[in-house]
Design a protein around this ligand. Structure first.
Ligand code: ATP
Length: 450
């Protein structure tokens, strides 16, 4: 039986105040329920760094796993790697990051705040003054020292993107896997950028996670594969529950393109502050392989033994942010409705992304119920991420699970002791059905996509 009334309406139709409210509610929920905490709060925090709590770590893993599954596991033309975060500075020399990975920095002469010039239109967002310094190039890479002596020879950088790991391992992957273009190398991992103005919760932070893939193709097939990956990547977000009216593809104008790019498009999400980037998809041509070949002296090319052809592949790169994407999924899933005349907040997360797929709830802490509930927990734990909660009234526990997006609750009550059956309750509709414990796994398999 369902007893719900939606109140929030279509996303994005609520005006600026509603959207501001939405952002605040999501941030608040994240903190209150253990998704994302400001880092080092006991020391007053550390600006714009965040820690992922017990529920956040589960959801972030799910986001990364779904990406890996679609980009690597479900394909025979893409392999994965996990490259070092600290590596040779030559990588950043060749890629152009040392010279060019900069943002234009301005100081406000009035209040002394610092800003990214391209984001503020000549006015200090803090005090409103127009008295700003001339922009100067600020390199976003974090510099550190590898080894005990702080001298130039040991300077190293925390990687500002994962992509270069794929280019510098191109030959090794080619030789060890015997792949031939078109084929891809994928990686998920942390990247670091000394952002001038980290902001909007985990949208822009100095430490974040990326999910990137470099797809190597014959040069004359670049455009075709670029378009192919635009389609694949849009489909991934839609499949996992981003509503079509909050997602769009924005092609870069020719004057917006990076120097190496023959075409770039951003997957954008309608955030509470407007449209903004989730992922960039670019045809990077042969720029990176040629740059690394020039500096390293290695031939980074593909030799086709059958045809005797030798060429430097073009690269199509879908580059997404895991932490930023998780935030978009949270915003898209947040909803409020009424159940039996009572307001409830819920996350309508796709079950594949939810921290827990199932919660097992004994109706009371009664000594006879808990062992049966534990037996049910033991049945489900090997298959799904399962919460077990015995405290508070059953109604309050359902609300808690709704609020963190758990799609199914399994309740063990006194009747269960007699009939060996449990109640399965659905998050979105609140519908309940009675299911024999013997058939529970099969029932849940039918409701939870693989
Ligand atoms: P922006 O213009 O927003 O600074 P970018 O275009 O430089 O980002 P890319 O270098 O294309 O970003 O990085 C690919 C993806 O990595 C981005 O689409 C985003 O999802 C993620 N990302 C980049 N920088 C950050 C950051 N500071 N915090 C969180 N995620 C980030």
């Amino acid at each position: 039986m369902s007893d719900t009334t939606a109140t929030r309406g279509a996303p994005g139709d609520g005006g600026a105040a509603d959207e501001h409210d939405l952002m605040e509610r999501v941030v608040n929920l994240c903190k209150r329920r253990g998704f994302i905490f400001p880092s080092a709060e006991i020391y007053g925090g550390f600006r714009s760094t965040y820690d992922y709590g017990p529920l956040g770590v589960l959801m972030l893993r799910n986001v990364k796993d779904r990406w890996w599954r679609s980009m690597v596991q479900m394909r025979d033309d893409v392999v994965g790697i996990d490259a070092a975060i600290l590596s040779s500075p030559k990588i950043w020399e060749a890629s152009g990051h040392l010279a060019n990975f900069t943002d234009p920095l301005v100081d406000c002469r009035n209040c002394h705040e610092r800003w990214r010039a391209d984001k503020i239109e000549g006015i200090c967002p803090n005090c409103g003054s127009g008295d700003l310094t001339e922009p100067r190039a600020f390199n976003l890479m974090f510099k550190t020292y590898a080894g005990p002596v702080e001298e130039d020879a040991t300077v190293a950088y925390l990687r500002p993107e994962t992509a270069q790991g794929m280019f510098v391992n191109f030959l090794q992957v080619l030789q060890t896997t015997r792949k031939k273009p078109p084929f891809g190398i994928a990686q998920v991992g942390k990247s670091f950028r000394n952002e001038i103005t980290p902001q909007n919760f985990v949208f822009r932070t100095r430490e974040f996670e990326q999910m990137e893939m470099e797809y190597f193709v014959p040069p004359d097939e670049g455009q075709r594969w670029f378009e192919y990956w635009l389609g694949e990547r849009m489909a991934w977000y839609l499949d996992l529950g981003i509503p079509a009216d909050r997602l769009r593809l924005r092609h870069h104008d020719p004057d917006e393109l990076s120097h190496y790019s023959a075409g770039t498009a951003d997957v954008e999400f309608l955030f509470p502050w407007g449209w903004d980037e989730l992922e960039g998809i670019a045809n990077r041509t042969d720029y990176d392989l040629k740059a690394h070949a020039a500096l390293s002296g290695e031939k980074l090319e593909y030799f086709d033994q059958a045809s005797g052809e030798r060429y430097v592949p073009y690269v199509i790169e879908p580059a997404a942010g895991a932490t930023r994407t998780m935030m978009a999924f949270l915003i898209a899933a947040f909803d409020e409705d009424e159940v039996g005349g009572e307001k409830r907040a819920l996350l309508r997360l796709d079950p594949r992304l939810a921290p827990y797929q199932v919660a097992v709830l004994p109706l009371s802490k009664n000594d006879t119920l808990v062992p049966v509930a534990r037996e049910v927990l033991g049945l489900l734990q090997p298959l799904w991420s399962v919460d077990f909660d015995v405290t508070q009234s059953i109604g309050r526990r359902y609300r808690r699970q709704d609020e963190v997006g758990t799609p199914l609750c399994v309740t063990v009550d006194f009747e269960s002791l007699e009939d060996r059956a449990v109640t399965v309750r659905e998050r979105d509709t609140t519908e309940q059905v009675r299911v024999p414990i013997d058939g529970l796994v099969e029932e849940l398999r039918g409701r939870l996509p693989a």
